[in-house]
Ligand binder design. Structure first.
Ligand code: MRU
Length: 356
């Protein structure tokens, strides 16, 4: 399985996903500014992956700070927190990483600054390792929703490339395959950045999972023909009322699923659930440059010069279209997220039981 991001000899090494599938090129980031640039320019993308990149960026930033105490180190990290948070607003995972590191430094503030700096590197690597385990747990639960012979629609890329490894939406597919189920995947191409065509199709082929690529506007027609059994997508931020922000076009897929009676599942690690935002209309939606729409690969113009463009990178699918949310803790109804927010909630009672 391809490596998205790694900490190697004091540097953050990330796969440049803008060049896939043509070239496999890794970029070494020696400081946090480069990590922030990589997130902004989509060298690394996908909510969990940019959370991991932010964690590693923070650990990198800490190494260059002259501080005599944990408090001074935390203060010195504020510009790095701000720069990383300003890169991409929709995924909650960068905020999640910043919160985790603030709490971690606070907990270890009595260590020497030198000790704390090496602890931060270990913590960033732990974020990566934990992410892979979380995805495997999502796979364990989600595979119960997949039957032998199923065809699964997915949108954008919520695979290994979007995470530390294994993927979120792809995890149930991987586990189903490991269980010997014959499955196949339909990947939406995902205009305008083509994560489905360039990334999902590529990584599933690399891993031997049968995949068929379709243009985005084909999804409805093949649902109508009865060729899709279920849809599984990822999320950049799922909020308290169960509304789901994900790649632009996800909402259309969800509405089509409802019309055709196809279950629509969202694979969401707990790090992508924002319990502090009550509803989807409050999620900041990133708007990206018009060139992503007017040009292919930044070089080939496909629209008239000067045309007005809207380039929303994400949309919000209202909870009523979401059949269930697959997390590392189990499968839940979107309407039960409010209960899940309570740390004393009985998870076993909230979990949806899937009958084989
Ligand atoms: O703009 P991107 O490529 O970062 O968008 C990615 C997505 O929308 C993914 O579906 C989402 O981040 C979940 S990744 C596990």
């Amino acid at each position: 399985m391809v490596k998205t991001i790694e900490w190697v000899n004091g540097k953050v090494v990330m796969l440049d996903q803008t060049r896939l599938p043509i070239e496999v090129v890794y970029i070494e980031c020696a400081d946090y500014h480069q990590v922030a640039e990589g997130i902004k320019k989509l060298w690394i993308r996908g909510a969990p992956a940019i959370g991991i990149a932010a964690a590693m960026g923070i650990a990198l930033a800490a190494q260059d700070i002259q501080a005599s105490s944990g408090d001074a180190l935390l203060k010195g990290l504020e510009p790095a927190f701000a720069e990383l948070l300003a890169t991409r607003p929709t995924a909650v995972n960068i905020q999640w990483a910043v919160n985790r590191f603030r709490a971690f430094i606070d907990k270890h503030k009595n260590e020497t600054a030198a000790e704390l700096k090496s602890l931060l590197i270990r913590e960033a690597q732990l974020v990566l390792d934990e992410d892979i385990e979380i995805n495997k747990a999502i796979g364990f639960w989600g595979a119960q929703l997949i039957k032998d012979g199923d065809t699964i629609l997915t949108h954008c890329n919520a695979g290994s490339l979007a995470t530390g490894g294994y993927g979120t939406a792809t995890a149930p597919m991987r586990v189903a395959k490991e269980q010997g189920k014959q499955i196949s995947v339909i990947a939406d191409e995902t205009r305008p950045v083509l994560q489905g065509a360039r990334l999902t199709a590529w990584e599933l082929m690399e891993d031997g999972i049968p995949v068929t690529l379709i243009s985005d506007n084909t999804a409805g027609a093949i649902m109508q023909k009865g060729e899709i059994n279920l849809a599984i997508v990822g999320t950049d931020r799922t909020v308290l009322n169960g509304d789901v922000a994900n790649k632009i076009g996800t909402y259309s897929v969800a509405v089509l699923c409802k019309e055709h009676g196809i279950p629509f599942y969202v694979a969401a690690p707990m790090s992508s659930i924002d319990f502090s935002t009550p509803s989807g209309d409050l999620i900041p939606i990133e708007e990206r440059s018009p060139e992503e729409v007017t040009h292919i690969f930044g070089t080939c113009r496909i629209a008239p010069e000067g045309v007005r463009v809207r380039n929303l990178a994400f949309d919000v699918t209202p909870a009523k279209y979401v059949t269930a949310i697959i997390t590392e803790k189990g499968i839940f109804r979107p309407s039960d997220l409010k209960k899940l927010a309570d740390p004393s909630a009985d998870i076993n009672r909230l979990r949806i039981e899937v009958r084989p």
